[in-house]
Write a protein that binds this ligand. Structure first.
Ligand SMILES: Nc1nc2c(c(=O)[nH]1)N[C@H]1C(S)=C(S)[C@@H](COP(=O)(O)OP(=O)(O)OC[C@H]3O[C@@H](n4cnc5c(=O)[nH]c(N)nc54)[C@H](O)[C@@H]3O)O[C@H]1N2
Ligand SMILES: Nc1nc2c(c(=O)[nH]1)N[C@H]1C(S)=C(S)[C@@H](COP(=O)(O)OP(=O)(O)OC[C@H]3O[C@@H](n4cnc5c(=O)[nH]c(N)nc54)[C@H](O)[C@@H]3O)O[C@H]1N2
Ligand code: SF4
Ligand SMILES: [Mo]
Length: 680
């Protein structure tokens, strides 16, 4: 395989590896062996040379003096950040000898891997690592922190993550951005919508916060958190009542439309208005706009599924395009996620077959605090990579208490000494994605891309794939799968006869073309992997699993008695916690704010710009209030996962619930209640 490492000057193709739907094609400009500029690749069919400000500043992160250059071992108390450099040999020997001892005393389930998509590369995110942990017999991790509830909910309706081709949305006449902060989190969907807007398309945003995306909308609809399924059911009520449904489509492509028609009679706009806070007239107006406009496209975000009822909420919204037959209209339909089209051969990549004990326990990553503090038999070693749980995981104070356990042997592999790494016994330096070979499959657009190394590893850093090869050797594992090269693994991944959308795409095609598109041209509505093969408005599978088989509004459970529902989302200039340690990004973001309605602020004697303490039984944090009308009364919103700063307390996940959502073990970041008081 090619590598550009030895070419000191020139412009080289790359892929943005961050956990972002857009997965931009990049061009890295090199001078004297170093990256001096990062820009968008104009050849990329979807992202077309535009990239976000975050990644335009990526060179600062690549060469940040704070980047880890060597393995470290802890010399001070956990959390203190005191370490000394050691060699890779010593690091691997320390880890593997500790693990051998733990396995012989307590069994391999005493070890827990903890990772997420800090690097979306298929090889570095989930290949050699899983081979290794399967072979070890370690506890399994349910990777549920992002999209699990909505993913499962969407699949009950549609079978898998199959949706509209985003390139087709330039034809849409109506966009409903539903619980997605598109301007900040999916900027190329905005570019496509803007093109459509020039041809008359209208943009509706349904959100609990009038943020950048709400301000950009033609029509912003504020809604109470966790009530979106009621709004969708109210729309269905009007669509059926006013004969705006496509009966031909419903008969041919769905199951249960007669039952649904009966069921949604109960969701009249007056009832729905009382639940959602959306005025009755607006419910009629929205339903009619949706029923009468074609192509109509819905972009379903992650925000609305970070709630206790998030799975059912997404399952419900996903039924709407079927009612009006929008799935057959070019540019109509919906996207929750599109990763179904690009599903590669995960079995070959991850080798679940080498896990001998098929009953090996599995731990939900959203319950890390509980797992570290309460699980029996205990987790005695934690191996964290591509993730920063001390900042991003819910019920964060419990997570940190767990990480403080003296008897927990923690290893963290990252590019930086993150909040999590400060608790580690051993810290390992990671390469950036531009130093690796990998391939990428977007969860929004339909393209696969290859990354060939552009620069040499920074200091002594190593990729995830390489570290797991070393760990396998250190454990004495002789299985041939640990000798597979990156090239071998890409070939195995793309050998996937069961996915027709990837037919004809192999390593040669990828190397030659930069971007290869899934073959979705035949349409996918005829081939849905639901039990009936159709869109399931009525789902027997849900019934069997104990859910209402028809889409249903289920109110958020009582969290506690605090007066405000707290929605701590991501921000514009960080990518989850990534970039929160970079001065430029922090400066662009200014300060961590709490958006509060003026009625609430007045009643509580709080003024714009006040420093407030936000608290509940789980913890507290400190934010600066922004008073206005961007949120409804009873709701407070913050943005961004801010790095720990000395003396400052911006740790929003100290307050988030350690409960899981209705489906998929998903996170409930946005369903916690808090109180707010002025700091003196
Ligand atoms: N700039 C930037 N881009 C990112 C990220 C980032 O951190 N920064 N993170 C990346 C990742 S991992 C993900 S998962 C995505 C997330 O990006 P999105 O899918 O946009 O999800 P969020 O920003 O979490 O939430 C979207 C919106 O949902 C709203 N919301 C919350 N609760 C409700 C509700 O009950 N109903 C409705 N209608 N709206 C609600 C929030 O106010 C927010 O505006 O973005 C990715 N892209
Ligand atoms: N309050 C609140 N909490 C949230 C959210 C929210 O909206 N609100 N969003 C949630 C969501 S949707 C998500 S997806 C999670 C994301 O949470 P995380 O997955 O933890 O994402 P990041 O905070 O960006 O951290 C990724 C880490 O991986 C490291 N990294 C990058 N590339 C590599 C690599 O190749 N190898 C190794 N070893 N490390 C690498 C980065 O340096 C960084 O420290 O956060 C969740 N937490
Ligand atoms: S973070 Fe998203 S928008 Fe920014 S360059 Fe990466 S893929 Fe593109
Ligand atoms: Mo996410």
């Amino acid at each position: 395989m090619k590598s550009y490492v030895d070419q000191p000057d020139g412009v080289f193709p790359a892929v943005c590896s961050l956990d972002c739907p857009d997965q931009c094609g990049l061009l890295l400009h090199k001078k004297d062996g170093k990256v001096v500029k990062v820009e968008g690749d104009p050849d990329h069919p979807v992202t077309q040379g535009n990239i976000c400000n975050k990644v335009r500043n990526m060179t600062e992160r690549i060469y940040d003096p704070k980047r880890l250059k060597q393995p470290l071992k802890r010399t001070g108390p956990k959390g203190s950040g005191q370490f000394e450099p050691i060699s890779w040999g010593e690091a691997i020997a320390t880890i593997t000898s500790k693990w051998k001892a733990l396995i012989s005393d307590f069994g391999p389930e005493s070890i827990l891997p903890y990772s997420f998509y800090g690097n979306m590369g298929r090889l570095n995110a989930e290949s050699m690592d899983l081979r290794f942990f399967h072979r070890l017999g370690a506890s399994r991790l349910e990777r549920t922190i992002c999209n699990s509830a909505g993913g499962v909910g969407y699949s009950y309706t549609m079978g898998n993550a199959f949706g509209t081709d985003p390139e087709d949305t330039v034809h849409a006449k109506l966009f409903i951005m539903w619980g997605i902060n598109t301007i900040s989190t999916n900027m190329h969907q905005v570019v496509l919508a803007e093109k459509a807007r020039k041809n008359g398309a209208k943009i509706v945003v349904i959100d609990v916060h009038k943020n950048r995306t709400g301000q950009w909308a033609d029509w912003f609809i504020p809604i109470l958190p966790g009530t979106d399924s009621a709004l969708a059911l109210g729309m269905m009520h009007v669509l059926f009542a006013e004969n705006m449904v496509d009966l031909g489509f419903l008969d041919k492509h769905t199951v249960g439309h007669e039952e649904l028609r009966e069921h949604v009679r109960a969701y009249d706009p007056v009832t729905v208005s009382a639940i959602t806070g959306v005025p009755v007239d607006d419910i009629y107006k929205l339903a009619r706009l949706y029923g009468e406009t074609s192509p109509a496209f819905i972009r379903i975000g992650n925000g609305l599924q970070h709630h206790d009822n998030g799975g059912m909420c997404v399952r419900t919204i996903a039924c709407l395009p079927a009612l009006t037959g929008q799935w057959l209209v070019k540019g109509g339909g919906a996207i929750k996620g599109n990763k179904g089209f690009l599903e590669h051969n995960k079995t070959a990549m991850q080798r679940p077959d080498v896990l001998l004990n098929k009953q090996t326990r599995s731990i939900n990553m959203n319950l890390l605090g509980q797992a570290l503090l309460e699980l029996d038999p205990p987790v005695r070693s934690l191996y964290v990579y591509s993730c920063n749980p001390a900042l991003v995981a819910p019920e964060g104070n419990k997570v940190r208490q767990g990480l403080e356990r003296e008897d927990l042997f923690t290893v963290v592999h990252d590019l930086f000494l993150t909040e999590t790494a400060r608790y580690a016994d051993i810290v390992l330096p990671a390469t950036s994605s531009y130093e690796n070979t990998d391939f990428y499959t977007s969860y929004w657009h339909h393209y696969i891309q290859l990354q060939q190394p552009v620069i040499a590893p920074y200091g002594e850093s190593k990729s995830n794939v390489e570290v797991f090869r070393l760990l396998a050797k250190g454990m004495g594992f002789e299985d041939a799968m640990f000798d597979d090269t990156e090239e071998d693994m890409i070939r195995q991944a793309l050998d996937v006869p069961q996915n027709p959308y990837l037919h004809g795409i192999d390593l040669e095609v990828l190397s030659e073309k930069k971007f290869a598109k899934a073959r979705v041209e035949r349409g996918f509505i005829e081939n849905l992997p639901t039990p009936s093969g159709r869109i399931e408005l009525y789902s027997s599978r849900m019934e069997a699993a104990g859910y209402p088989p028809l889409p249903t509004y289920i109110p958020l459970p009582e969290d506690n008695d605090y007066p405000y529902l707290f929605v701590p989302g991501p921000n514009h200039n960080f990518l989850n916690s990534t970039f929160s340690n970079n001065e430029k990004h922090v400066r662009m973001e200014k300060i961590p704010r709490l958006y509060m309605n003026q009625e609430d602020a007045q009643a509580a004697g709080i003024h714009d710009g006040d420093l407030v303490r936000v608290w509940n039984d789980r913890g507290e944090c400190e934010l600066t209030v922004s008073v206005g009308e961007s949120v409804l009364p009873g709701v407070v919103v913050s943005q961004g996962l801010w790095a720990d700063v000395p003396g400052g307390k911006h740790f929003v996940n100290a307050l988030t619930p350690g409960r899981v959502a209705d489906m998929g073990g998903g996170a409930t970041f946005f369903s916690g209640r808090v109180d707010v008081e002025k700091r003196n």
